[in-house]
Design a protein around this ligand. Structure first.
Ligand SMILES: Nc1ncnc2c1ncn2[C@@H]1O[C@H](COP(=O)(O)OP(=O)(O)OP(=O)(O)O)[C@@H](O)[C@H]1O
Ligand SMILES: [Mg+2]
Length: 236
């Protein structure tokens, strides 16, 4: 299996706070890989480091065969690395369609109408609301919009930071179904979640983070069956 992302021995600090402690993990082409862990474990910090918003003091991050440790976040989008940040962060003043068009800023304009249709097929709700200002969308609709906007950049790797946060169970299920659907259509996905049950049930492999370290790894099925993981993360 071809490795798309390989993170090795990274350490990330916020001033004196050592947030990421020498972690290594990888995502292979075609996989859904999840990083799970409690509040403050370092999941968001890890994604921000891969996407170039934060820097590691050590180690290496290889994406698509190239070292991206010093490449800026906006350049990485053009190279096929897209992140849907925690809390969605869509452009609240802009319409749904304008938000999606913003996501295509690295793409040739000629392909944008086709890509809009691709996103609207995936999220019919967004099509109905294409002229609505994003700030008035529900939380679930904003999550769909944030995912749709990321897809407009034709990512080789789609990184999602807690897509289920704050959503009703029915919507969480819908979002996870879409994640699986995208993956079946060829997207490689790195999924950060506190909802370990849902994340492990869709992921091929997972890594468990605790206070800045990776403390367990395995297939989604192995982790979901592990007594320690059940006790700590699955309420059993
Ligand atoms: N800007 C910052 N300045 C200082 N410390 C920070 C900053 N951002 C995060 N931290 C600290 O780094 C650690 C990891 O935070 P991070 O946001 O990566 O956790 P997380 O696993 O994403 O948590 P959550 O599930 O709550 O989103 C925490 O102890 C947090 O307090
Ligand atoms: Mg987080």
């Amino acid at each position: 299996m071809e490795t798309l992302l390989k993170v090795e021995g990274i350490n990330v600090y916020y001033g004196a706070i050592h947030a990421i402690k020498d972690i290594s993990f990888q995502v292979n082409q075609g996989e859904i890989v999840t990083l799970i862990g409690a509040n403050g474990a370092g999941k968001t910090t890890t994604l921000q480091t891969v996407s170039g918003l934060l820097r590691s003091k050590t180690g290496s991050i290889l994406f698509d065969g190239q070292d991206i440790n010093t490449v800026s976040a906006d350049k990485l989008v053009g190279r096929g690395l897209a992140q849907v940040p925690e809390g969605r962060r869509v452009f609240l003043q802009m319409s749904v369609e304008e938000n999606l068009e913003m996501g295509a800023y690295t793409q040739p304009p000629a392909g944008v109408p086709r890509d809009l249709e691709m996103v609207y097929d995936l999220f019919p709700r967004l099509k109905e609301r294409r002229s609505q200002v994003a700030g008035t969308l529900s939380g679930g609709e904003q999550q769909m919009l944030a995912m749709g906007r990321a897809l407009m950049s034709h990512p080789k790797l789609l990184m999602l930071d807690e897509p289920s946060m704050g959503l009703a169970p029915i919507l969480v299920e819908q979002i996870f179904n879409i994640i699986q659907d995208l993956n079946r259509k060829g997207s490689t996905i790195l999924l950060v979640e506190q909802n370990a049950q849902m994340a492990l049930s869709v992921a091929h492999r997972g890594y468990v983070m605790e206070t800045g370290k990776i403390v367990a790894t395995g297939s989604g099925a192995e982790l979901i069956e592990s007594p320690e993981i059940k006790r700590a993360y699955l309420g059993g």
